[in-house]
Design a protein around this ligand. Sequence first.
Ligand code: G3P
Ligand code: CA
Length: 259
Amino acid sequence: MTQQRPFILIAHRGVSAEAPENTLAAFDKALEQGFPHIELDVQLTRDGHVVVIHDTTLERTTNGSGPLAGHTLEALGRLDAGSWFSTTFRGEHIPTLAEVLRWYRGRAFLHLEMKSLEPELPVRVSELLREHGWYNVPRLQPGDPWAGPFILTSFDKAQLDRVRLLLPSAPLAWLVEEVTPSLVDTCVASGIAMLCPHARSVTREAVALSRERRLRVRTWGVATEEGLLNAYHAGAEGTTVNWPRRAREVLRGLEPGES
Ligand code: G3P
Ligand code: CA
């Protein structure tokens, strides 16, 4: 049985079902398992560095406490971001975006989510993408957001608008709950290349509406195999998922001809 069409499985916060989310261990696992598309969340430290972490507080995924934005990079660097998941990962740290850009350049396609709303975040992210050679790379298909090597994403359109001014040709993707005609219009007017609705809400009609306007669609929020299959059958081009290996097996199990 073979999958009928390409569907890109994006390791959500790395392979976060098998390693602590948003750590180098989770990102390395994605590459080891054959998933070069990696999603990660970025935010600012108190002293203006960009770090890779999802929550605005430290308790859930580190041995620290309190708000992330109340800590300096130096203080965050002392925290353990692996033991909460399993003792096997003791000593994993909160990566900086600079570290990720250095380590995975030429090896991964990053779906970089600007998690927080500070106007300073897109400024720092844009500087780092330029500084580390991720922005000024020749793209074989300049208009294609999947041409890589990164896409910048956010639930907050203002953050995407800021990036548009700073990195005029960077591919942008807007995370939304569901596709509506008005959101499609807004994307087209704002130069946003991709809409990312929730995997449960996406429909064939939503994908057709987006594609008519040359917008690409990938989903997020896959929690179950049903959600994965809904996104696939609706015609989305890919999704983030915490368990990409299992997702690959599910898709391989589809009958030939199923679309
Ligand atoms: O792919 C987008 C997805 O990561 C958004 O949700 O909360 O996991 O950042 P969240
Ligand atoms: Ca995210």
